[in-house]
Structures are given as structure tokens and as C-alpha cells.
Design a protein around this ligand. Structure first.
Ligand code: MRU
Length: 362
């Protein structure tokens, strides 16, 4: 997608040296587009942990390049094992991390150390290219859901939570891919962007990327989503996900579950967009089996933004003595999900449909 007319991906190998890795530091958005250069696996691990890069597919792609940087420094068997473990522990919920590292392990382990660096860069690049193609396919399969409601220039209102756009993937995004396609095809699409406390991925990231691409959108407080649905102002909800069980339960950014409940109560379709790399075929019960990341209480007790004098400031919004808890994801049971938008097409959120669609993976 484009930033001020220039096409970008969210991660790429630096053209100048051919080996270091460039990312857009997402902690600086929307105030600055800071193209950070990463030169070591430790820097990549930090970028994932501290959420300079985030979003399930991008976490996977970043870990893949983390392996390439690790192999460039030391391609021995012991460093291969160590790097896989270290990168694998950076964030717990997004299954794309494990998926990408398993793929890197399979590609690298059988090779001699001398062959590993080149192979690691090639595999990481393949993961990125495939992610772009996959998300483009998700967009194509999701587009008719919007087109059906946008006949004769009618405005179609989509509500989304968190950021499942191009900067959460390598390009296109998952939940936002059908929206970009609808917009580019001239449909009258408008997005209700939930701010997504505590880190505000909606307000800071989704609003930024939709704005840069020219997609009409309005930021709302998380708590406004149900009200919008009751008033008939939401045609459909589309969200991304960090992990889907083989039975179709969906883990996504905290607050998603409440929107699924409100959508069900109001007869609003609730769609989840995902690449098959987000399906965890080893588990069935999302509530019991998906690890939910607990992040720092400081993300709840403080907020960061641009002060009126233009400086970036962090302010405390909770009494100093009050503790805070910060579960970063929740699980929406499959029964509340209208359907899944995958790279192979629309799929019911249940084991029979998922295993039928992805026979060779299930
Ligand atoms: O904590 P984050 O910002 O990494 O969480 C991101 C989300 O919850 C996204 O909705 C999900 O990863 C899908 S991204 C295409």
C-alpha cells in the first residue's frame, strides 16, 4: 500500500547493503514514519517484543528475517537452535510466529552451516512474498461481501477493531484487504475504526494507514461499537486474528469478543479474515488452549500522544496507587463468527469446514 503516493511493504531487506532489514517503527506512528535498520537477531527480537513490528503475519515475517540475521552472524547448529528458541519466545499469542520459525527450521536444519545464510534470506523473502499474495487473495474473496452492500453507490459501513491492515502483514493486510480492494474499485466504503485501548492500534495505526490510502474512515471509542450496531450504522464487522483453533475459535485483540456479542445481538455479520498460517491445527478449545499475552500495566495506566506544543508525551491517566491488568487478547467462540475470509475463499468457522478447505494442513 502507499504512504503519500509511494508504495511500501512493512518489512524489506535494505537495498543499500543487501542484508540488513528495514522496518517501519510502529511505535512512532502516526507521528513519524521512522524506517529503522535492524542488523542483529537481538535487535529483531526486541522489535517484536516492544512492538515496533506487530500484527500476526508481520510477527512471523519478522522472525524469519531474525533467523536470517542470526545465521549471518553464526550459522552453527547451536546458534540455529538458540535463535529459534529466542525468537519463538518474543510474543505468545500469534501462531504465525511458530509457523514461520518452523518453516525456517525445516529449510535450514538439513543444510551445512555454510549454506544457511543464503537459504535463510531466500526463505524469509519467500514467506514475505507469499504473505502478500495470500492477503491479496483474502481481499479478492472478501470483496463481494462489501460489493453486495454497496449497490448503486450506497455507502457500506465496516467496523474493525485493532489493526489488521497492511502494516500488520507484509502488504494488503487481512481484515483491511477487502476494504482496500473495494475502495480501489470505486465502491463507497467507510470504516468505523475502533481506537483499541490500551495501545490504540486502531486510532494510531488503522486510521493512519486508511488515511494515507485515502479510505474514508471515522475513529470511535471502543465502547461506541455496540451503539453503532444498534443504530443500524454498521453493515458488517471484519477483524483479523492472531490464532484460530481447528474448531474455528478466534483469538484477537482484547475487545473483539464484545464486538462479536454485540454483532450477534444486532444481526450484524461478524467476519474474521486470516491466512491459513494463523490456524493452529493442534488445538480445538480456544478458551482453554490459546495462550493470552499479559502485557505491562503501564499500557493501561498511561497514554502516549502528541501534546498541543507538538512534542510526544506520555501521561498517566490512572491514580498512582491503583494497579492495572492488561490481557492483550481475547477469544471469540466460533459460534459467534459468521465466517472466515481465507486465501482459499469464505469458510464456516467450524472444524468440518476448515479441514475440508485445508485438507493437506489439517
Ligand atoms: O498486539 P498486536 O498489535 O500485535 O495485535 C494485532 C491484532 O490483534 C491483529 O488483529 C491480528 O494480529 C491480525 S493482523 C493481520
Amino acid at each position: 500500500m502507499k504512504i503519500d503516493g509511494t508504495p511500501y511493504r512493512s518489512i524489506w531487506v535494505d537495498e543499500a547493503d543487501g542484508w540488513s532489514v528495514r522496518i517501519i517503527d510502529q511505535t512512532k506512528l502516526p507521528w513519524a514514519v521512522d524506517l529503522v535498520r535492524l542488523t542483529t537477531m537481538d535487535e529483531m527480537a526486541h522489535a517484536i517484543r516492544a512492538m515496533l513490528v506487530r500484527g500476526a503475519p508481520l510477527i512471523g515475517a519478522s522472525a524469519a528475517y531474525g533467523m536470517a540475521l542470526a545465521m549471518r552472524a553464526d550459522a552453527s547448529d547451536s546458534n540455529l537452535v538458540q535463535a529459534l528458541a529466542l525468537l519463538g519466545a518474543t510474543r505468545p499469542t500469534a501462531i504465525n510466529l511458530r509457523w514461520a520459525l518452523e518453516r525456517m527450521k525445516k529449510a535450514l536444519q538439513p543444510l551445512s552451516p555454510a549454506a544457511r545464510t543464503t537459504a535463510a534470506y531466500a526463505e524469509a523473502a519467500a514467506i514475505c512474498d507469499e504473505d502478500v499474495a495470500t492477503n491479496e487473495a483474502i481481499g479478492r474473496h472478501g470483496l463481494p461481501l462489501l460489493a453486495a452492500r454497496a449497490q448503486n453507490g450506497r455507502r457500506v459501513n465496516v467496523l474493525t477493531h485493532c489493526n489488521a491492515g497492511w502494516i500488520a502483514t507484509v502488504d494488503w493486510g487481512t481484515a483491511l484487504a477487502p476494504i482496500y480492494m473495494a475502495h480501489d474499485a470505486g465502491l463507497n466504503v467507510h470504516v468505523w475504526v475502533e481506537e483499541t485501548r490500551p495501545r490504540n492500534q486502531g486510532a494510531s495505526l488503522t486510521a493512519w494507514e486508511l488515511g494515507k490510502h485515502g479510505v474514508p474512515h471515522t475513529v470511535i471509542a471502543d465502547n461506541a461499537g455496540g451503539h453503532m450496531m444498534q443504530r443500524g450504522d454498521v453493515d458488517l464487522v471484519i477483524v483479523g486474528t492472531d490464532r484460530v483453533t481447528r474448531s474455528g475459535d478466534v483469538a484477537n485483540k482484547i475487545g473483539t469478543y464484545l464486538k462479536a456479542l454485540a454483532a450477534r445481538d444486532n444481526g450484524v455479520p461478524f467476519w474474521v479474515a486470516l491466512p491459513s498460517s494463523t490456524i493452529d491445527w493442534t488445538i480445538s478449545d480456544g478458551l482453554a488452549d490459546i495462550p493470552i499475552e499479559e502485557r505491562s500495566a503501564a499500557e493501561v495506566t498511561t497514554m502516549t500522544g502528541r501534546a498541543l506544543d507538538g512534542s510526544i508525551a506520555t501521561v498517566r491517566i490512572v491514580p498512582t496507587a491503583s494497579p492495572a491488568a492488561n490481557p492483550a487478547f481475547d477469544v471469540t467462540p466460533a459460534r459467534l463468527v459468521t465466517g472466515l475470509i481465507t486465501e482459499r475463499g469464505l469458510c464456516d468457522a467450524n472444524e468440518a469446514a476448515l479441514t475440508e478447505m485445508f485438507k493437506e494442513l489439517a
